[in-house]
Write a protein that binds this ligand. Structure first.
Ligand SMILES: N[C@@H](CCC(=O)N[C@@H](CS)C(=O)NCC(=O)O)C(=O)O
Length: 157
């Protein structure tokens, strides 16, 4: 394995940062965790916007490489440190992994993630009826999909 110097920027209440943290742990990689205080607006300060101009966590620095977006970071880590077992390169297997990364940023965000923001953080601009309906749809689909497999895609272990 290549030597690395990884820094993850996140916050403990961020599901998107959690995804990256979990994967760093699964890959058994050493990393430094830097808490970005979302409640104090640290993510909108120039020093953090230089790391992620979108003003969001997570972001990750690996040596001289700067990465943003949970799905982008997961893809990078899988290819860089996890190899074929986490991110296969054959067309159909890769497509299946990307499909589920896309579902997290689409259906899961519109459903459970928005419902969480509404209920836990009082994000009242969210249409909670729609988020609840979307949650039931995607969680129902996930239950069916995972009823006879351990992983959404790829691994059979
Ligand atoms: N597409 C991004 C979304 C990241 C995101 O929405 N992060 C939230 C925390 S979970 C955030 O930083 N929100 C603050 C803001 O957008 O101002 C990803 O998947 O990483």
């Amino acid at each position: 394995m290549e030597t690395s110097s990884i820094t993850l920027y996140g916050h403990e209440l961020s599901g998107n940062a959690y995804k990256v943290r979990l994967f760093l742990e699964l890959l058994n990689l050493d990393y430094e965790y830097k808490r970005v205080d979302l409640m104090k607006g640290e993510h909108k300060q120039p020093s953090y916007l230089a790391i992620n101009p979108f003003g969001q966590v997570p972001a990750l620095i690996d040596s001289d490489r700067l990465l943003q977006d949970a799905q982008g970071i997961l893809t990078y880590l899988a290819r860089q440190y996890g190899g074929e077992v986490w991110l296969p390169s054959d067309a159909i297997s890769l497509s299946r992994v990307v499909r589920w990364l896309s579902v997290t940023a689409g259906e899961v965000r519109q459903g459970p993630e928005n419902a969480r923001l509404y209920h836990l953080f009082g994000a009242t601009t969210i249409n909670i009826d729609r988020a609840t309906e979307k949650s039931h749809q995607i969680l129902g689909q996930l239950n069916v999909w995972l009823s006879d497999r351990a992983w959404l895609a790829g691994l059979k272990r």
